[in-house]
Design a protein around this ligand. Structure first.
Ligand code: AHM
Ligand code: MG
Length: 335
């Protein structure tokens, strides 16, 4: 079957067959994420009606408390994964600690852990700008049949089995990789089905877009400042275009399609930048590398960092290969 009208469901089944020893667990897991994504999408789309249906903290007509959307998204993803008993542990940007899941039938038999940022860029919701969900999947390290431990979550990004994001934008897309390229699926909201719309996504080798919060410029390291100045210089195909939504998923998604570079550097204010290694940088770095892009912390490959804590932050640079190489040249001058 060609790619015409292929649904995410069909794609998952087809690709499961490609894993010789697959038990179908990973496919079920992606399916659960697909389901939760649709529910969250529905809620995100209603966000503008907040004055009509009530805001966080209010009680709605059915007597239910209205939740903030990021809390709601967190609950939906966790509930869906828990109910379907397909993972042994979950860590979320919204939770202080990881959650260990006991399957009812066979205790702790599942082998995957999921790490999730349920609603990234949620400050954008109030102003009707795109937000996203980011997820990352690892095989547990500790033996199946025992409760998960912190060690199962603190694995370097290169050991990810799958990673992806959902962008709730002008249309809703689910983009993911299982280490065999990156594919994007667009939701047809009328029938609630994701269709393969962007097969084999690739960062263009170079691009003309740079994305960084320039309001922090004075606090950046000299190498980053110099690179930004380079992007703004009039020469060859420069100046580049500056585009910053402030929603990592959307900024990344645009750059992957059009060619560009995203930067969240450390600054004199924030020693490690802002973005979280486990919930944001690792999954995006895995997708970037699978799509012919690069992701580093300035020099170190993001996927090679050994995490030390669940909510660890790291500087993050990611994008088209040639642009990343140029950035590294500037950063190297100040080493
Ligand atoms: P969040 O997890 O609290 O939503 O923060 C992450 C977001 C990213 O989506 C975005 O790239 C970044 O924060 C923007 O930060 P800033 O407003 O400092 O530029
Ligand atoms: Mg986030």
């Amino acid at each position: 079957m060609g790619n015409r009208n292929k649904t995410l469901g069909e794609f998952i089944i087809e690709h499961q067959a490609a894993f010789q020893y697959s038990s179908g667990e990973l496919s079920k897991l992606i399916n659960a994420i697909r389901l939760a994504a649709k529910v969250v999408n529905h809620e995100v789309n209603k966000a503008g009606l907040v004055d009509i249906i009530g805001k966080a903290g209010d009680t709605n007509i059915q007597g239910e408390d209205q939740q903030k959307l990021d809390v709601l998204a967190n609950d939906k993803f966790i509930q869906t994964l828990k109910n379907r008993e397909i993972v042994c542990g979950i860590a979320s940007e919204e939770e202080d600690d990881f959650i260990s899941i006991n399957s009812n039938d066979e205790q702790h038999q599942n082998k995957y852990v999921v790490l999730i940022d349920p609603l990234d860029g949620s400050s954008n919701i109030d102003v009707n700008v795109s937000v996203g969900t980011i997820f990352s999947v690892y095989r547990r390290i500790t033996p199946v049949g025992t409760p998960v431990t912190l060690e199962d979550f603190l694995q370097p990004g290169r050991d990810q089995v799958a990673a992806g994001y959902i962008v709730y934008g002008t249309s809703t897309m689910l983009v993911y990789t299982t280490g065999d390229g990156v594919n994007g699926f667009t939701l047809n909201p009328a029938i609630g089905t994701f269709y393969l719309s962007h097969p084999n996504m690739q960062f263009p080798e170079t691009g003309k877009i740079y994305s960084v919060n320039e309001g922090n410029y004075v606090h950046f390291l000299q190498g980053v400042k110099d690179y930004i100045k380079y992007c703004q210089q009039e020469e060859g195909d420069r100046p580049y275009t500056s585009r910053y939504i402030g929603s990592l998923v959307s900024d990344f998604h645009r750059n992957m399609i059009k060619g560009g570079i995203y930067m969240y550097p450390k600054s004199s204010q924030t020693e490690s930048g802002k973005l979280r290694l486990l919930y944001e940088c690792n999954p995006m770095a895995f997708i970037a590398e699978q799509a012919n892009g690069l992701a580093t912390g300035g020099r170190t490959r993001i996927l090679d960092i050994q995490p030390t804590e669940l909510h660890q932050r790291v500087p993050f640079f990611c994008g088209s290969q040639k642009m990343m190489e140029k950035l590294h040249e500037f950063l190297d001058k100040y080493r």
